[in-house]
Design a protein around this ligand. Structure first.
Ligand SMILES: *Cc1c(COP(=O)(O)O)cnc(C)c1O
Length: 428
């Protein structure tokens, strides 16, 4: 029986969401459109199967084909990023970071990551998150003038605080992260370096963002952001050996790779989500193509053109622009809050998210900024000339909050763009 007949309520909501994605401008920088092949792998009987353990060492029978899938995903991740070890089982990015903490730290150990109001992720030590509650978080921020990460300040702070884990990575930082500089700091103070490349993994693959492989002890990435895969995460070890074994794990018989695997299962998770693993494998194969390289490069080109054109419309951008896939607009000069802008843009089908800006004087639920990016639009085929139009549409909407005629024109402009670059034509 088809979903449509059996459960019309859920069927209709799914179809409505298909149309929302097809007909709007999806500009949340952590979102993307997966390929039809990835979608196909997700909707399979693999969801039925239990397979606790790892390929060849399962706690359930019947895993011949699951082993093929998981081994393929692991192999592809290792080749794509150039690392010695990969674990593809984490359910998503937050559980993956939890596994890294579980593998390397004891409760109460000191961690140093970018504070959430300055662009860091919840799991990098924010107080209401497990990472701030069970570990001793000493967060760093960004420079008040430039809004950039200040590596000298982080070094000075790390020397004083002596964290066991230093985290490099962000969820709302529009500039390239210097993993090499973080690596030097970690070495100098005897800390592990976790590079969380969730947002920029696709850019790293495309060669338009510095790779963390030479510097990091552990790399975590979600698979559903610029990497264009299903929801999920991968934890990687560039080198299997534990660089700080003598200092922190002298009595352990495990190397770094084994510590990570044991933290994911049986430390934190039970059975892996095999439909997700298969879809990750498909996405990793796509990411290894020349097309994907072009895609990653185009994401950055599009973001730069969008930023230039927003500046032309008198928008203030955090750090003055972008090096990557995302832009943070500080709306203070527009007499409009982040929440108001998000709602206004939502009404015409431009999806962004409200966001704190560095040194924000407003509250997290109604901050001064919005965060937007180009990964999803670029996946549809948008190019530089389209980004100019997108910037115009955003500016018109923000500058004319109450004019119905402007709203009508904007809706027409969006329809022209989305008609030119259709997606999921088989689903509508
Ligand atoms: C998105 C993100 C995560 C968490 O991913 P979820 O899948 O939402 O749990 C972790 N770290 C960073 C830097 C992210 O951007």
């Amino acid at each position: 029986m088809s979903l449509k007949k059996q459960d019309s309520k859920i069927y209709k909501a799914i179809q409505d969401e298909v149309h929302r994605q097809q007909e709007g401008l999806e500009m949340i920088p952590s979102e993307n459109f997966v390929s039809e092949a990835v979608l196909e792998a997700l909707g399979t009987v693999l969801t039925n199967k239990y397979s606790e353990g790892y390929a060849g060492k399962r706690y359930y029978g019947g895993n011949t084909f699951i082993d093929v899938i998981e081994k393929t995903a692991v192999q592809r991740a290792k080749e794509l990023f150039g690392v010695e070890h990969a674990n593809v089982q984490p359910y998503s990015g937050s559980p993956a970071n939890q596994a890294v903490y579980y593998a390397l730290l004891e409760p109460g150990d000191k961690v140093m990551g970018l504070s959430l109001p300055y662009g860091g992720h919840l799991t990098h030590g924010w107080k209401v998150n497990f990472s701030g509650r069970y570990y001793h978080s000493v967060p760093y921020g960004v420079d008040q003038e430039t809004h950039l990460i200040n590596y000298d300040e982080i070094l000075a702070m790390a020397k004083k605080e002596r964290p066991k884990l230093l985290i490099a990575g962000a969820t709302a930082y529009p500039r390239e992260i210097d993993f090499e500089a973080f690596g030097r700091i970690a070495k100098e103070v005897g800390a592990y370096l976790l590079a969380d490349i969730s947002h920029v993994a696709g850019l790293v693959v495309a060669g338009v963002h510095q790779s963390p492989v030479p510097a990091a002890d552990v790399i975590m990435t979600t698979t559903h952001k610029t990497l264009r895969g299903p929801r999920g995460a991968i934890i990687m070890c560039p080198r299997k050996e534990d660089r700080l074994k003598e200092k922190y794990h002298a009595d352990s018989k495990w190397n770094l790779a084994e510590l990570i695997d044991r933290a994911v299962f049986p430390g934190l998770q039970g059975g892996p989500h095999n439909h997700q693993t298969a879809a990750i494998a498909v996405a990793l194969r796509e990411a290894a193509t020349a097309d994907f390289k072009n895609y990653g490069q185009q994401i950055v080109k599009n973001a730069k053109v969008l930023a230039e054109n927003l500046l032309g419309h008198d928008f203030q951008l955090v750090s003055g622009g972008t090096d990557n896939h995302l832009i943070l607009i500080d709306l203070t000069n527009k007499q409009l809050s982040g929440q108001e802008a998000e709602t206004l843009l939502d009404e015409v089908g431009i999806t962004v998210n409200k966001n704190m800006v560095p040194f924000d004087t407003r509250k997290p639920l109604d901050p001064s900024g919005i965060r937007l990016g180009t990964p999803a639009l670029t996946a549809r085929g948008f190019k530089e000339e389209d980004m100019r139009i997108v910037a115009d549409l955003i500016a018109k909407t923000i500058h004319n909050p109450k004019k119905e005629l402007v709203k009508k024109e904007t809706l027409k402009g969006i329809k022209e763009l989305t008609d030119r670059y259709p997606i999921y034509t088989n689903l509508a």
